[in-house]
Design a protein around this ligand. Sequence first.
Ligand code: PLP
Length: 229
Amino acid sequence: MKSGTLSHNLNSIKGEIRKCAIDCGRDPNEIQLVAVSKNHPAESINEALRLGHDSFGENRVQELCEKAGKITQRLKWHMIGHLQTNKVKDAVKHCKLIHSVDSLKLLDKIDEIAEQLEKVQSVLIQMNISGESTKYGFRQDELVACIPEILSMDSINLIGLMTMAPHSASQEKIRLIFQSLRLFRDELSRDFSIPLKELSMGMTNDFKIAIEEDSTIVRIGSAIFGNRS
Ligand SMILES: *Cc1c(COP(=O)(O)O)cnc(C)c1O
C-alpha cells in the first residue's frame, strides 16, 4: 500500500462512521472501530498505531501472536475468528475482547485459562442469526439455555453479542439480521437483568446498516488496509 493511503483510508472510515452515527441520531463516541488487520503485515499495524489507532482484529491466533511479537507499542487485540480450544491460552493472553465465542465448551476453556492467568476475560457471544450465515455461532434458543451457566463463570465477563451477515445477502436481509441481533440482545438483557451493552456487527460492506441498527463495534478490514491477497 502506498504511503499516505492508510492514513487517508482510516480518516475517511472514521469520518463515515461519525457521519452515519450523527445522521441516525446516535453519539459517534459510542461506536468503536476495530481495524481488521488479518492477512496484512505487522508493519501496517505499526503504521496505524503511529496514526493514533489502537484497536485491531485478527481471525487466527497464530497470526496474532506472530504480529504481537513484532510490535512494541501497546494495543488492543480483538479475536474475531473461530477459536480452537488449544489456542485459547494465547488468545486470552493477548486479547482485550474475544468476539467469536461460538460454543459452551470454548467458553468453559476460556474461563479456565483466564482463571489461571488471573484475568477476567471480556467476551461476546457469536450468534448465527440467519441459520445460514456461517458455520459458527449459537442459535437463540441455545444461548438462552446456556445463560445461567455462563453467568456463573467467575473469569468470564459477557458484555454483548456479535454476528456476521452472509456475503451474498441483500441490503434488506442484512438489515433484518442486524435488527434480530439487537432485539435478541434486548430480550436477553431484560430477561436475565444483564447489561450486554456491546453489539459487534458491521464490516466494510455493511457497517452503515449496522450503525443504523445500533452496532457499538464495527470490524473493518479492506476499507482500511486494502484488499487481502
Ligand atoms: C475479515 C473479517 C472482517 C472484516 O472484513 P472486511 O470486509 O474486510 O471489512 C470482519 N469480521 C470478521 C469476523 C472477519 O473475519
